[in-house]
Write a protein that binds this ligand. Structure first.
Ligand code: ZN
Length: 134
């Protein structure tokens, strides 16, 4: 069941409640009971639809969390750009060749993919304070 049918069932519940309100239960007991059964059936349908929607929302939230984690991994530079399966690990750090940058903590980091058959290496500038961008 989907959101639309759940809303329809909930609308019918409201409509039946209006009809029950207008019934004189002491005069038309059979119609009153029929309306109560109809009301109950529609309330169950609305509840079922809402439970389905809740389940779908939970699944969507789980998918979104997994995709966010994947995006974070892919954009963090920690996934190997060559094989896309290994993780780039920092294996060597050295001061930047420009002494003034090195004096302010800028380093060159050599990273290597940890996948067995990849061996991809990359050097990145570790510039924690963004000195070289200024
Ligand atoms: Zn790799």
């Amino acid at each position: 069941m989907d959101v639309a049918s759940g809303l329809t069932a909930a609308s019918q519940v409201i409509e039946i409640l209006k009809q029950i309100k207008n019934l004189d239960a002491s005069i038309d007991a059979v119609a009153y009971k029929e309306k109560l059964l109809e009301l109950r059936e529609n309330a169950f349908e609305a509840r079922s639809a809402l439970l389905d929607v809740k389940q779908e929302l939970l699944e969507n939230a789980s998918t979104i969390a997994a995709l966010e984690a994947q995006i974070k991994n892919l954009t963090s530079g920690s996934i190997c750009p060559k094989c896309s399966s290994g993780t780039m690990k920092t294996i060597i750090t050295k001061p930047h060749s420009m002494r003034s940058a090195a004096n302010h903590g800028v380093q060159i980091w050599t990273k290597e993919c940890d996948a067995e058959d990849c061996n991809h290496r990359d050097e990145i500038i570790h510039d924690p304070n963004g000195l070289l961008k200024k």
